[in-house]
Design a protein around this ligand. Structure first.
Ligand code: NAD
Ligand code: USQ
Length: 398
């Protein structure tokens, strides 16, 4: 199958590109390399030394991989080029990773808030418009987030896969049942863009019959897959800095370099997680099982387990002997939340969940130890704050 992978140079996108190529798909990687530029702007680098796109693709072919083509294009800005690309390539599926994905980066300043909204919402809308204008029947597989449901109290309720069945009381005392999109409750400007994406998909699916699978993904951890392990030039990126590093990879990297684990507040925040190998597999499963014509947007909860931040810190400390520190929380978020998630759809399609127990924690620590000298310890603290109240609390501790 011909597949365009938008954002294919990123942390989730790159292992996905090689996995789809290995599975026999004809892959075209599309990226504007904005993520690499943001690293330059922030003055940080991936902990792992990532090769240039051309070196990556050359290495992939030299190690026997099926050729992947690269197209440099900004999907939020270059509408005509995107449309022409769809018309010339005529893909059966488009995987859409191409968004600014860090919550702390999105909250840094009015500039990064506006950039995140402009980039993410325009990119998704351009893709939908271009598919309609092309007249092609293309399945979109979008990487959304578990964060669209929010991390307030769900009062013990299980979060369904996208749709909630509600009972609506009528004036005459009767009730009717309806399946609606689960209410959204974003916790950052970044997460808000994903809730807006969800509405865009809902509308274009209803109006134009665009087929969409929206993968509500949890926090991805790990670095490499068997395929990116094939050659050092294929190594995947590893973000550890306070803006782009995500909690479990940060804890593992901090343990590797003897930095006390940075738990925000009490660490009572519960989040959903998935290993990068499972993430890649889920995208493949979504492509292989497209919605049929006329089907409403399919939503899968792409996560394999939930953990409290403090439990993760204790687990990493137990494996590595690391110290745990509790810091003022730079975010405005619930200090404690429950998170029970229905994730049966992808498991029924064949996903075999990888769990934290599988020795993979040590594997990530080993990767971090290998590249420890590339770490800039001054970039570890999370300094992007959600409000001036959080900023003042953080300042008081420095
Ligand atoms: P990433 O920043 O590493 O990759 C995103 C890629 O998209 C980058 O290579 C970037 O250059 C590219 N890009 C951004 N805007 C673009 C544009 N306008 N045009 C073309 N290319 C553009 O992020 P990631 O971790 O690989 O995440 C990929 C997707 O998965 C995101 O949409 C993110 O929201 C979602 N997601 C990620 C995680 C996670 O833990 N990393 C978890 C849940 C969901
Ligand atoms: N946290 C710490 N210490 C740290 C870093 C984070 O305690 O050093 C806490 C945060 O306060 C938060 C939780 O860990 O409560 C998760 O933070 P995170 O940065 O790991 O994850 P998040 O901001 O939610 O974003 C990441 C990805 C995003 C994706 C999302 C999936 O960057 O692209 O959408 O995970 S989810 O969390 O399910 O919404």
């Amino acid at each position: 199958m011909k597949v365009l992978v938008l954002g294919g140079d990123g942390f989730c996108g790159w292992p996905c590109c090689v996995n789809l190529a290995e599975a026999g798909h004809d892959v075209v990687m599309v990226d504007n390399l904005s993520r690499r530029k943001i690293d330059v702007d922030l003055g940080v680098e991936s902990l792992t030394p990532i090769a240039t796109v051309s070196d990556r693709l050359r290495a992939w072919e030299e190690t026997g991989g099926r050729a992947i083509r690269f197209v440099g294009l900004d999907i939020a800005q270059d509408y005509q080029l995107l449309l022409e690309l769809l018309r010339s390539e005529r893909p059966e599926a488009v995987v859409h990773f191409a968004e600014q994905r860090a919550a702390p980066y999105s909250m840094k300043s009015s500039t990064t808030k506006r950039y995140t909204v402009d980039n993410n919402v325009n990119g998704t809308h351009n893709l939908l418009c271009a598919i309609v204008e092309s007249g092609l029947d293309i399945h979109i597989v979008h990487l959304g987030t578990m964060g669209v449901y929010g991390y307030g109290s769900h009062r013990g309720a299980t979060i369904p896969e996208g749709y909630l069945t509600v009972e609506v009381p009528q004036a005459d005392g009767s009730r009717f049942r309806e399946k609606i999109l689960h209410p959204t409750d974003p916790g950052s400007v970044y997460h808000m863009t994903k809730t807006l994406d969800q509405l865009l998909f809902y509308y274009y699916n209803k109006n134009d019959g665009i087929r969409v699978t929206d993968l509500h993904q949890g926090i991805v951890w790990g670095t490499n897959t068997d395929l990116t392990d094939r050659d050092p030039r294929l190594v995947n990126r590893f973000d550890y800095d306070g803006d782009y590093g995500t909690v479990l990879n940060r804890f593992l990297m901090q343990a590797a370099i003897g930095y006390p684990l940075t738990v925000h507040g009490t660490g009572g925040q519960t989040r959903a997680f998935i290993h990068i190998r499972d993430s890649v597999k889920c995208v493949e499963l979504a492509i292989d099982h497209p919605p049929s014509s006329g089907e409403k947007v399919r939503i899968y909860n792409q996560m394999t387990e939930s953990h409290k931040v403090k439990d993760l810190a204790e687990k990493v400390a137990a494996v590595t002997g690391a110290q745990v520190s509790h810091l003022p929380n730079p975010r405005k978020e619930a200090i404690e939340n429950d998170l029970i998630v229905d994730n049966r759809c992808l498991i029924e399609l064949g996903l075999k969940p990888t769990t934290l127990e599988d020795g993979l924690l040590s594997e990530v620590v080993d990767v971090a130890r290998r590249w420890a000298d590339r770490c800039d310890r001054s970039r570890i603290p999370c300094v992007s704050t959600w409000t001036t109240t959080q900023a003042a609390a953080l300042k008081a501790t420095v």
